[in-house]
Design a protein around this ligand. Sequence first.
Ligand SMILES: NC(=O)C1=CN([C@@H]2O[C@H](COP(=O)(O)OP(=O)(O)OC[C@H]3O[C@@H](n4cnc5c(N)ncnc54)[C@H](OP(=O)(O)O)[C@@H]3O)[C@@H](O)[C@H]2O)C=CC1
Ligand SMILES: O=C(O)C1=N[C@H](C(=O)O)C[C@H](O)C1
Length: 270
Amino acid sequence: MTAVRVAIVGAGGRMGRTLIEAAVMAPGLEPTVATEMPSSSLLGADAGELAGLGRLGVTLEADPAAATDRFDVLVDFTRPEGSLVHLDICRRAGKAMVIGTTGFTDDQKAVIRQAAEDIPVVFAPNMSVGVNLCFKLLDLAARVLGDEVDIEIVEAHHRHKVDAPSGTALRMGEVVADALGRDLKTCAVYGREGVTGERDRQTIGFETIRAGDIVGEHTVMFAGLGERVEITHKASSRMTFAKGAMRAAAWLNGRPAGLYDMQDVLGLSG
Ligand SMILES: NC(=O)C1=CN([C@@H]2O[C@H](COP(=O)(O)OP(=O)(O)OC[C@H]3O[C@@H](n4cnc5c(N)ncnc54)[C@H](OP(=O)(O)O)[C@@H]3O)[C@@H](O)[C@H]2O)C=CC1
Ligand SMILES: O=C(O)C1=N[C@H](C(=O)O)C[C@H](O)C1
C-alpha cells in the first residue's frame, strides 16, 4: 500500500515540530512536505532535524502552493489567516486538509464550510481522543443536570497562546448549550469583574488562565445546590493532539468532499 503523503505547514511551531514526529511514527503516513513563513530563519533546515529526529530529507520551504504535487493531505496548526491561505491552495489543487488551528471568526468559519463543498476537510479545535470523549460526556451531563445547575468552563494554557477562550472551551460551551437548547452566542459570559449582580442560571461562564508551559487543561463545572459535577481533561503532551491529527489525515485521504470533525474520525458522531 502506498503511504499517504502529508504536508505539515507551520512546521517550526510548537505543534509543527510535534506533527513531524507524529507523521514519522504513524504507520501508513509519510511526511513529504514541510513549510514555514517566507520570513522564517528555519527555511532550508531539515524537518527531521528540527523535530530532533535526525535527518529526514524533507527541507523546510516557503510556499505550499509550489509543493501540491508532493502531498495528499495538508495538516495545518498555524493561525487563522495562514490556514485560510492554505485552504485556498488545497481547494485549487483538490487536496484534503486537516485544520487544528483555533481562533477563527464566524466569517472565517463560513469560508472553511464553503471550501469543504469542494475538498474533504477535518476541522477540529482539539484532536485528542480524551477531549472528544469529554464532548460526549458533557452532552450527557448537560441533559441530565439541565437548567438546575450553574455551568462554568475553566481553561488553562501556556503563556504563548494567542486566542481566548481556547477553541476547545468554546466547543465545550457549544456542546452544553446545544444540549440545553440555548444559543451560546447569547448566553456566554466571558470573565467577570466589579459588581456583576447575582448569577443568571441560563448563562454559561468562561474563565481563561494563561501561565507558564501548561499544555492544555479544561474543566466544565455543573454546580447545583448540594452537589457539583466536574468533567476535566488535562493534556500533558502535545503528542496527543499530533497523533489525533495524523489519525485524521489517514482517515481523510480518499474521502469525498465534506466538512468533518474528530467525532467523525473517531466514530463518535451521532
Ligand atoms: N486542534 C488541536 O488539537 C490543537 C490546536 N492547536 C492550535 O494550533 C495553532 C498553533 O499552535 P502552536 O503550535 O502552539 O503555535 P506556534 O505559534 O508555536 O506555531 C504556529 C506556526 O504557524 C506559523 N504561522 C503563523 N502565522 C502564519 C501564517 N499566517 N501563515 C503560515 N504560517 C504561519 C508560525 O510561524 P512563525 O513562528 O514564523 O510565526 C509557527 O511556525 C493554534 O491555533 C492552537 O490553538 C494547538 C494544539 C492542539
Ligand atoms: O494553543 C494550544 O496550545 C491549544 N489549543 C487548542 C485550543 O485552543 O483549544 C487545543 C489545545 O488545548 C492546545
